[in-house]
Design a protein around this ligand. Sequence first.
Ligand code: FPP
Length: 185
Amino acid sequence: MNFKTNKKLDMDRLDPTNVPKHVAIIMDGNGRWAKKRGLPRFAGHKEGMKTIKKVVERAVELNLEAITLYAFSTENWKRPPKEVEFIMKLPSQFLDTYLPELIENNVRVTTIGHYDGLPEFTKKAVQYSVERTKNNTGLVLNFALNYGSRSEIVDAVKQICENVKQDHLNSDEINERTYFKLFIY
Ligand code: FPP
C-alpha cells in the first residue's frame, strides 16, 4: 500500500454523494515495494506505516466514516522473528508521532482482531490511543491487528450466543445485519 505519487487527490472529479462510508485496505505489497528499490523488507514496512498518514488525510478530506487497515494477520506470526518484532514496533512509532494530529482531526482510533496476543508495548500504544480518542466523532481509524477470518467468525458466533443467552437478542432475529451491528464500530 505504497502510493506512487504524492499528488493531492482531485476532489473535483469525485462525486461527494457517491463516496463509500467505510473503506477497508489490506496493507500488502510492502516487501515487493522494497525489493523493487533494492531495499530490505523492513524499509517497505516503514514506508507502509508512513502511507497510513496519507490514507488518513484523504479519508478525512473525503469525509469517510471509517477506514479499516488490515495490518497484521494471525498468519503473519510465521514470518521471521526479526520481521515480526519490527512490525510490532510500528503501531507505537506511528501513534507516538501522529496521535496529536489524529486528535486534532477528530479521528477515533479503534481495533479489531485478537488484541490480547500482541506484545505488551504494542498493546500499550494502541490502548492509549483508543482511550485518548474514544470521544472523537470524526473518522474511525480501525486497525486490524492479529486478525484472521476464522477467528473472527468464531468470535462473532460466541458474541451472538452470549447476546441470545442474556436475552438481548432473539435467535429468530439473527440475520446478516446482526453481525455488522455487533462488530463494526
Ligand atoms: C504485508 O506486506 C504487510 C505487513 C504484514 C505489515 C504491515 C503493517 C505495517 C506497515 C505496520 C502497521 C502499523 C500500524 C500503525 C498498525 P508484505 O510483507 O506481505 O509484502 P509483500 O506482499 O510484497 O511480500
